[in-house]
Design a protein around this ligand. Structure first.
Ligand code: HEM
Length: 467
């Protein structure tokens, strides 16, 4: 329950009278935290974080709370969501990329944008999209066939290209050409790299005029992305022949009060959100899936058996999804171990009480799928890749709000079903024909910035299935 305790922001600040030794300790702790966060957000979590439910970290004059149990996640993201909008940190980290688009907008603008996009995610639309998802997979597989047996692929890049193509075909009714796909992948990689450094600065709340070379790098990446987005929008504006895609919904939008259409900047922001939220996440989940399968031959063999049995050599179609249960379980288990979005950050509007602790207004509250999905008190052998736990009959699946790859509550992902359908069909299409094997001695370390990516990519070789 949100309590009416008045703003305690001031109370929360370190008082001038705080003993010097305590202040030094706080500085040291903060420096250690920032040093770890600078390289990899996963490293901020100490061993005990994987067993705790709700606690507070102090970071230079600020309180950061971590909600890490079903009840506290429900509190922050669902039952008291109105008190926990996306944090100023999320805004600052993403604003250059997605402007005022649906991912970070708030209040009435967010409600309007969410309503506007809803028809693009209706079940009837998803069924239609499935053919475009399969077509895009076939195009990729044709390229792989011509690359030949043993060819080396950069799998993260391949999956990002595929999922960006799927978003383009389904949401904007056009294919993404090779050059555009390359620009999108590189720009988003660069933006994420710039964020690794930006995060630290933003958490400290340093003034925005301080020189930050990473910001320049981030801006350059956005400029490249914009060239692709502008080309997509311009092409569709020039050809408005009847299509029922997201871009058409945006073109047709009229402000209920003024009757005006959507201004170009907001339209660009909406396209950017769908493009980026829609492709980076799904591409990421698929990349980790190929990595995990390459390390787990028994699970891979069971996947092949299911695919061969259900498809009997033909291409997958939408109606196969209900029988591809193990394929889906592999995807779910992959996103448990490597949630594409590893951290959601919110900011308390008013003072609140969670688990008997005061959460002062202005505090940042973090929900980390990375932690929740590996919580030792929730999951049986959390570090083990075991897709069976997601089969319906298996009771070891964690409780509600402990498995949140798509978030939960009013800001949960509207593209969750889209992503599940897409990734399941892609896994079936690829695994029907190929195995992917990690380059020998390549070290894979998950690095969490905006999304959870492998530190040095995923160079993998391509092999036709001979079984
Ligand atoms: C495997 C695929 C995907 C994953 C893991 C994923 C994950 C997420 C998560 C965790 C959030 C909520 C973040 C938060 O609460 O702070 C989110 C929001 C969002 N996602 Fe996805 N997503 C996926 C696919 C998609 C697709 C395919 C689309 C669109 C084509 C999409 C569009 C969005 C949008 C627009 C939001 C913002 C919603 C709002 O704030 O109201 N996502 N996604």
């Amino acid at each position: 329950m949100v309590t009416d305790l008045g703003t305690t922001l001031e109370r929360d600040r370190i008082s001038v009278s705080m003993p010097i030794a305590k202040r030094v300790r706080e500085w040291l702790r903060t420096c250690g935290f920032l040093w770890r966060a600078r390289h990899n957000y996963i490293h901020i979590w100490g061993n005990s974080s994987y067993e705790r439910e709700f606690w507070r970290e102090r970071l230079l004059f600020r309180s950061v709370f971590i909600a890490n149990s079903p009840e506290t996640v429900n509190h922050v993201l669902v039952s008291h969501a109105e008190n926990y909008p996306k944090s100023a940190y999320t805004d600052r980290a993403l604003e250059p990329l997605v402007g005022n688009g649906l991912f970070i907008s708030k209040g009435e603008l967010w409600r309007r944008q969410r309503r506007l996009a809803a028809p693009a995610f209706r079940p009837s639309r998803l069924k239609e999209y499935s053919t475009q998802m399969i077509d895009a997979s076939h195009d990729m597989l044709a390229r792989w066939e011509s690359a030949g047996e043993g060819a080396e692929l950069e799998v993260c890049q391949e999956m990002a290209r595929l999922t960006a193509d799927v978003v383009c075909r389904t949401m904007f009714s056009q294919d993404l050409d090779e050059e555009q796909a390359r620009v999108v992948f590189e720009a988003f990689t660069q933006y994420q790299e710039s964020l690794g450094v930006l995060d630290v600065v933003e958490i400290l709340g340093l003034p925005s005029w301080l020189p930050r070379p990473a910001v320049r790098k981030g801006r350059k990446a956005v400029k490249h992305l914009d060239s692709v987005i502008n080309a997509i929008v311009a092409k569709r504006r020039a050809d408005r022949s009847a299509r029922e895609d997201l871009l058409e919904l945006l073109f047709e939008y009229r402000d209920p009060d003024t009757g005006e259409d959507m201004d170009n900047k907001l339209l660009r922001d909406e396209v950017a959100v769908m493009f980026l939220a829609g492709h980076e996440t799904a591409g990421n989940a698929l990349s980790w899936c190929w990595y995990l399968l390459s390390q787990h031959p028994n699970e891979e063999a069971r996947l092949h058996r299911e695919i061969d049995q259900v498809l009997n050599g033909r291409s997958p179609v939408y109606s196969d999804l209900k029988r591809l249960v193990y394929t889906r379980a592999i995807l779910e288990e992959t996103m448990r171990l490597y949630p594409p979005l590893h951290l959601f950050s919110r900011q308390a509007v008013a003072d609140d009480m969670i688990n008997g602790q005061l959460v002062p207004a202005g505090s940042m509250v973090i929900v980390s799928p990375w932690l929740l999905h590996r919580h030792r008190l929730i999951w049986d052998e959390p570090a083990v890749f075991r897709p069976e736990r997601f089969l319906a009959a298996d009771a070891k699946r964690g409780p509600k709000h402990c498995y949140v790859p798509f978030g939960t509550g009013p800001r949960a992902c509207p593209g969750g079903s889209f992503g599940m359908i897409e990734a399941t069909l892609v896994i079936a299409s690829v695994a029907q024909r190929f195995r992917l094997r990690l380059k020998p001695n390549h070290r894979v370390e998950p690095v969490a910035r905006l999304t959870t990516r492998p530190s040095h990519g995923l160079p993998m070789s391509l092999h036709h299935r001979d079984d």
